[in-house]
Design a protein around this ligand. Structure first.
Ligand code: COA
Length: 177
């Protein structure tokens, strides 16, 4: 397979069924009990910031982003991120994360947050959130709570409950006034 056969597209409803299969394959039934999954159950993800990778028309990877308020930060929760086993270790996961962060930055998001493996995510720009600073709707390993700050003073404001929140970027809110 050559990388030029891969395309990255914004997710739409036609991808839902295959994304479900990809996530089931990657995470198994335990995926629904994770604390981050419980946030995602609180409201819909943002399709405009969620992306798939297709290889010759077949969807083989997905990343989703969900709007959250985390303490005093309006940001996005990244995940699930999954790549089909046939396509692992070709940089697809890394590229999906990069695209999602850039899209969030353009939208005015203050932070991209996730619960995941530091050795994978820290080289992609994630930093550790202070232990115990964010309260999830269930237990999390505090060493796996990570953030890409996209605004000033994010770490200081990441204190309190994290939950689904359909916030609007300030620019859009101002234009609507
Ligand atoms: C994790 C996952 C998304 C990575 O996607 P990918 O396209 O295979 O990864 P990339 O090609 O971008 O990066 C591959 C590199 O990351 C490393 N890597 C993969 N998973 C890792 C992990 N959990 N921790 C540390 N490094 C990891 C690989 O060893 C490889 O290292 P190398 O470049 O030195 O060889 C994919 O393996 C997957 O879907 N896994 C199952 C679901 C999952 O765990 N999702 C992440 C939730 S936290």
């Amino acid at each position: 397979m050559h990388s030029h056969e891969l395309v990255y597209l914004t997710e739409d409803a036609s991808h839902d069924a295959i994304i479900e299969i990809i996530n089931a394959e990657a995470f198994g039934p335990g995926r629904f009990v994770k604390s981050s999954a419980r946030i995602r159950e609180q409201g819909p993800h943002d399709r405009s910031l969620s992306f798939i990778c297709a290889d010759r028309g077949e969807t083989i990877a997905s990343v989703r982003m969900t709007p959250v308020r985390a303490g005093h930060v309006d940001g996005h929760l990244l995940g699930p991120l999954a790549v089909r086993p046939s396509h692992k270790n070709r940089g697809i996961g890394r590229e999906l994360v990069r695209i999602a962060i850039e899209a969030a930055r353009r939208k005015g998001s203050e932070a991209v947050i996730l619960v995941g493996d530091p050795p994978y995510y820290m080289p992609l720009g994630f930093e550790k959130v202070a232990y115990g600073a964010l309260i999830f709707p269930g237990p999390v390993d505090p060493g796996r709570v990570l953030v890409v700050p996209l605004a000033e003073g994010v770490h200081a404001r990441l204190k309190g409950v994290i939950g689904w929140q359909d916030w609007q970027p300030q620019a859009l809110a101002a234009a609507a006034e």
